[in-house]
Design a protein around this ligand. Structure first.
Ligand code: GDP
Ligand code: MG
Length: 425
């Protein structure tokens, strides 16, 4: 059974927490794209964990975790994450963590290039997380990447680095007039941070194909959401990777297998990090209240997130791009303070009212059409079944479900593992 858990919106929908909850039903959890540019927050009996690179299944000892070929891995950061988890008593061995030999390494010169470019852009900047993600994916497709598997042969690694770093300096020193990187320093960095990792690097496809054959339950965990997908998101304000479910088997290492099920994680309101059109955006005190209620500050960067009401146009598009079979609606409890709950039900694009998500200039020009639903004005954090929900809250869920055209199976009403309810079909 192959299941993908993916974001319907701009990311930060609460995927980490849903994966942590659902991981008990799975034998294997795979990350298939992205790097340490986003963060999952998981709170359980062992404490609070922010995971940037490791799959969320790492917090359950019986789950095997895969870091797939579609990922870009900053190995210094990975070392830090592993150290933090081990300090908290989490056991990590080559039995429960396997890293693809085909995953690409994010090096210090990628981070530097990211920073240099954001500085060059000044006011026109993209709001990059400055963790080297776009430069390292660029290098992957330029075929100048260093893969995790390259760490296993030091002589070949050194030769490859000499070539690649010389090439990279054409841009860093030649183009940006910054300080050259020394291939020997990069070699030392790679050796230092790979020492703890070499036992984990393997052809994860061999393991995954066997796992499929023996009917293991495999979950694919996405980072970010549909609207940040490199192809189908709000380009160029996207991530540099494929965040969609269809890419999960490819980015994990089993391109020949098909998904059985896709669960979309959709937040009860909207939030977005970085620049670009965000049609539903709230401003002033209204935004401040929602940001505070939802704790909308970046897990990886601490940056305040942009916020807005639930956006039906964008979410319907997200559901379609992800091919979601069912949805989890997260952070419903956050809206409990509102007398009237705003929802963006359509866009006005140059005088035309539409529910189809526009792209390019049409999206830049789109204005939100807002409707208001009744608020429930009470704490719903203790609700554990559909009938516990106040009528207004249930109406809200049913309204969103109808509008986006996909069953909302789970509603989460708090950050902790058990704070959720399963809806009737
Ligand atoms: P991800 O990137 O999709 O995994 O989401 P993030 O971890 O960046 O953001 C989700 C945040 O909301 C985390 O701090 C979670 O602990 C928290 N969270 C998740 N679900 C709920 C919920 O139902 N209610 C509340 N109040 N917080 C939640
Ligand atoms: Mg996040």
């Amino acid at each position: 059974m192959l299941t993908a858990i993916v974001g319907i919106n701009w990311g930060d929908e609460g995927k980490g927490r849903m994966v942590d909850l659902l991981a008990s039903d799975y034998d294997v959890v795979c990350r298939y794209q992205g790097g340490n540019n986003a963060g999952h927050t998981v709170i359980n009996e062992s404490g609070k964990f922010v995971l940037n690179l490791l799959p969320s299944g790492i917090l359950r000892s019986e789950v095997v975790n895969i870091m797939g070929n579609g990922m870009v891995i900053d190995i210094e950061h990975l070392n830090k994450e592993l150290t933090n988890l081990r300090k908290a008593g989490i056991k990590i061995t080559p039995e429960n963590l396997k890293i693809s030999d085909k995953a690409i390494i994010c090096l210090p010169y990628h981070v530097k290039q990211d920073i240099l470019e954001e500085e060059r852009l000044k006011d026109m900047k993209f709001g990059s997380t400055r963790r080297g993600i776009a430069p390292v994916y660029g290098d992957k497709y330029l075929k100048k990447g260093i893969r995790m598997g390259d760490l296993l042969n030091k002589k070949a690694l050194k030769n490859r680095l000499d070539q690649v770093v010389t090439w990279k300096n054409l841009m860093i020193a030649g183009g940006y007039k910054s300080v050259e990187f020394n291939p020997n320093d990069m070699y030392d960095w790679l050796i230092k941070y790979s020492e703890e990792l070499t036992d984990y690097i393997c052809d994860v496809g061999v393991y995954l194909n066997d796992a499929v054959k023996s009917n293991k339950r495999i979950m694919f965990e996405a980072q970010l959401g549909a609207l940040r997908d490199i192809d189908f998101g709000i380009y160029p304000y996207t991530s540099s990777s494929s965040t969609i479910a269809a890419y999960a088997p490819i980015g994990s290492g089993i391109p020949g297998k098909k998904l059985d099920n896709t669960i979309g994680i959709m937040k009860a309101y909207s939030s977005c990090v970085g620049e670009g059109p965000f049609t539903c955006e709230m401003s002033g005190d209204e935004a401040k209240a929602l940001r505070e209620a939802g704790g909308e500050y970046g897990a990886a960067t601490g940056r305040p997130r942009r916020v807005g009401p639930f956006d039906i146009v964008a979410s319907k598009y997200g559901v379609s791009v992800q091919g979601a079979d069912e949805l989890a609606l997260t952070k419903m409890d956050v809206l409990s303070y509102l007398d009237k709950v705003p929802v963006v039900t359509a866009y006005d694009v140059n005088g035309t009212i539409t529910k189809e998500f526009p792209m390019g200039e049409d999206l830049n020009n789109a204005k939100p059409i807002i409707e208001y639903l009744d608020g429930w004005k009470c704490d719903i954090g203790k609700c554990r079944k559909e009938s516990d929900l106040p009528k207004e809250a249930l109406d809200y869920v049913k309204f969103l479900e109808k509008q986006v055209g996909c069953h909302i199976k789970y509603v989460s009403v708090g950050a902790e593992r058990e704070d959720y309810l399963v809806m009737n079909k």
